[in-house]
Design a protein around this ligand. Structure first.
Ligand SMILES: NC(=O)c1ccc[n+]([C@@H]2O[C@H](COP(=O)([O-])OP(=O)(O)OC[C@H]3O[C@@H](n4cnc5c(N)ncnc54)[C@H](OP(=O)(O)O)[C@@H]3O)[C@@H](O)[C@H]2O)c1
Length: 242
């Protein structure tokens, strides 16, 4: 059997214009893959494609809008892998001790992070290689709840179980998830005070936040790993141990 590689594989990354998704695109390109990124702002996509350079393409897609998702996959054509890292940061998900629970905030929170992957998979499925894969994105709050963020805990858990259910349902297409701890993406760096980041990470076995390229390695592994499905890889600096 030839050694698994992403060389010449075609990878669609929804959420690829920044943060974790951008790092997955960058690392995949470094391995010789072709990437097609998507996110809701055409300007963000255009800027990211230019930064990524040769091998990268992309177009706007708003995963809250089914017609937009249909159009995106018509443009991507045949793909080997789908990576979903899109996430919004509305007030419904802010780490705020005053968060109020209501069905309407919960419904808002579901749109991008839960219904988004469902719509993406619905429209990508026919275009995915039979030995291809889907990788979803959860989050450590699924396992380490914090005051003020109950919806993030529920969404992270939902994503992990969605990956398990879809792995059984879509086989032989493989479906897995990555569960990141705190990762220094543009959003986190710009919105979270350094003392807050330090406070969350100081007690970890690896006492710092992760870099986007470090968590991207889990996505690359899951795309290459032809005998792995229904799994969740936690990349958290050891936060699950403490
Ligand atoms: N960073 C962390 O510490 C961390 C930890 C645990 C879990 N996560 C999860 O990992 C995912 C990515 O996080 P990140 O830090 O990389 O965030 P990010 O840098 O803000 O990236 C989010 C991406 O999603 C896109 N997006 C937002 N709304 C969209 C929509 N309606 N349709 C399509 N694309 C949309 C954004 O681009 P546009 O603005 O152009 O749409 C952007 O490309 C999120 O689900 C987050 O919950 C992150």
């Amino acid at each position: 059997m030839p050694l698994p590689t992403l060389r010449d594989q075609r990878i669609a990354i929804i959420g690829g214009s920044s943060g974790i998704g951008y790092a997955v695109a960058e690392c995949s390109l470094a391995e010789g893959a072709q990437v097609v990124i998507g996110s809701s702002s055409a300007d963000n996509v255009e800027a990211a494609v230019a930064r990524l350079g040769p091998g990268a393409a992309g177009s706007a897609v708003d995963v809250r809008d089914e017609a937009s998702v249909t159009g995106f996959f018509e443009r991507t054509g045949q793909i080997d892998h789908l990576v979903f890292t899109a996430g919004d940061w509305g007030p419904h998900l802010a780490p705020n001790p005053d968060t109020k629970l209501s069905p309407s905030t919960a419904a808002e929170a579901l749109k991008v992070r839960v219904f988004g992957p469902l719509l993406a998979i619905k429209h990508a499925q026919a275009r995915l290689s039979a030995n291809g894969s889907v990788t979803l994105t959860g989050g450590l709050l699924a396992h380490r709840p914090r005051k003020g963020a109950p919806l993030s805990t529920a969404l992270g858990g939902t994503l992990e179980h969605l990956a398990r259910g879809l792995a059984a349902d879509l086989a032989p297409i493989r479906v897995n998830a990555v569960c990141p701890g705190l990762i220094l993406t543009e959003h986190v760096v710009s919105q979270w005070p350094p003392e807050m980041i330090k406070g969350i990470t100081a007690q970890l076995p690896l006492p710092r936040a992760g870099e986007p390229a470090e968590v991207a390695q889990a996505y690359l592994y899951l795309m290459r790993a032809g005998y792995t499905t229904g799994q969740v890889i936690i990349v958290d600096g050891g936060a699950m141990l403490v």
